[in-house]
Design a protein around this ligand. Structure first.
Ligand code: PLP
Length: 380
């Protein structure tokens, strides 16, 4: 049987990884500034993570959500303490799309409306309502197109009120820093205004923190830079450091009832062991502080690059925007300099999403490589 061919692949086969490095079958070392798409938070194969998951699987990897699982309770308490999101409740699932799907569904259960407002260049995943709220017609199948979604320009408060006043919008979903789209962020006026409008019109405000959450921006959540209180916060990616896990934080004004949401695998013992370890290591190793410090260093170093049009993003969720397509440059960074970086929907933008353990010396290596590549291309 061959694989369903949906991914254009780089010809590299990683077989092991350690902290910020990935190694292929010939033991070539690659610097990972991509984190497997913002997934690796506490570093590849962190010893505590390996130990805790190994011990948990030896004891019990899984049982269903019909029994008591105190690890889920510990996880909810630890998440509350570290994120500062007091009194929210937690529902666990397995991925970012699933988190957003549950968030949108829950919003609709809560206020009995069914239209979604989302934003241009947003990405929310590939399931039914989540993909319909994603601004990319190429990944929306006819079966998903039945969802009622209005896509507005990021920052369009006037358009948002026009949409909400009709009283049929169950949820407004937004990334406070757009990931896949290319690191664009709107203003405090917009995010805080959107929060106020959602409350005024009984619409759930959903913060999609799938990519930006769990300390990536230097704050636990990207929305925490603003004075907003989302009704639902969706999480995944860095939450499990590679173990597939997602979830939603739900404001206490939204009430649970038996059977309202459910999942077979969500919140299983291994997922809890992975996520609890991520939270503990984030705290013990001060990784959010590190994200801020290394981010400041990255921003300083980026000033040495005259070809750079704009540096976007926050913390260790950064984008380098040029005035030319970066595909060839990114390829050279991988094959010639052995550095993984990310691309975005914006073809001129390189994404930097490293493990939060990264150090200044790794940033130096990246900028040396970038400078040498830009020098070569300007000579051509
Ligand atoms: C902001 C955001 N939301 C949702 C998703 C979907 O997550 P997943 O691929 O785990 O379904 C992604 C994935 O890139 C994302 O960046």
């Amino acid at each position: 049987m061959s694989l369903f061919d949906v991914y254009p692949l780089f010809n590299i086969t990683p077989v092991r990884a350690k902290d910020v490095y990935v190694y292929d079958e010939n033991d070539n070392e690659y610097l990972d500034l991509y984190g497997g798409h913002a997934v690796i938070s506490i570093g590849h194969s962190h010893p505590t993570y390996v130990k805790n998951i190994s011990e948990q699987v030896a004891k019990m990897g899984f049982y269903s959500n019909s029994i008591q699982n105190p690890m889920q309770v510990d996880l909810a308490n630890k998440l509350e303490a570290l994120s500062g999101c007091k009194n929210y409740e937690l529902f666990l699932c397995n991925s970012g799309a699933e988190a957003n799907e549950n968030a949108l569904k829950l919003a609709s259960f809560h206020n009995h409306k069914k239209k979604i407002v989302a934003f241009k260049n947003g990405f929310h995943g590939r399931t039914s309502a989540a993909v319909a709220a994603t601004d990319n017609p190429k990944i929306i199948a006819p079966i998903n197109a039945q969802q009622e979604v209005e896509i507005l320009a990021l920052g369009d408060l006037v358009g948002l009120e026009k949409a909400l006043v009709k009283n049929d919008v169950c949820a407004v979903i937004v990334e406070f820093i757009q990931g896949v789209g290319g690191l664009d962020e709107s203003t405090a006026e917009f995010y805080e205004g959107a929060d106020v409008l959602c409350k005024k019109y009984n619409t759930c405000f959903i913060a999609d923190e799938v990519q930006s959450g769990f300390g990536r921006t230097g704050d636990f959540f990207a929305f925490q830079k603003y004075n907003v209180s989302p009704d639902i916060i969706s999480i995944a990616k860095g939450m499990g450091n590679g173990f597939p896990v997602g979830g939603i934080l739900i404001h206490p004004s939204i009430k649970a009832s038996f059977g309202l949401l459910g999942t077979t695998f969500g919140g299983n013992h291994l997922a809890c062991a992975a996520t609890l370890t991520v939270l503990n290591v984030l705290e013990e190793e001060n990784l959010m502080e590190n994200a801020k410090e290394i981010s400041a260093y990255f921003i300083k170093k980026s000033k040495e690059i005259p070809e750079l049009k704009k540096l976007k993003g926050r913390g260790l969720m950064l984008g380098l925007e040029f005035d030319f397509p970066i595909a060839a440059l990114r390829k050279n960074l991988i094959y010639k300099h052995k550095i993984f970086t990310g691309s975005a929907k914006n073809p001129n933008l390189i994404r930097i999403l490293p493990p939060l353990t990264i150090q200044k010396k790794h940033i130096d290596v990246f900028f040396e490589a970038l400078k040498s590549e830009l020098a070569v291309s300007s000579l051509q």
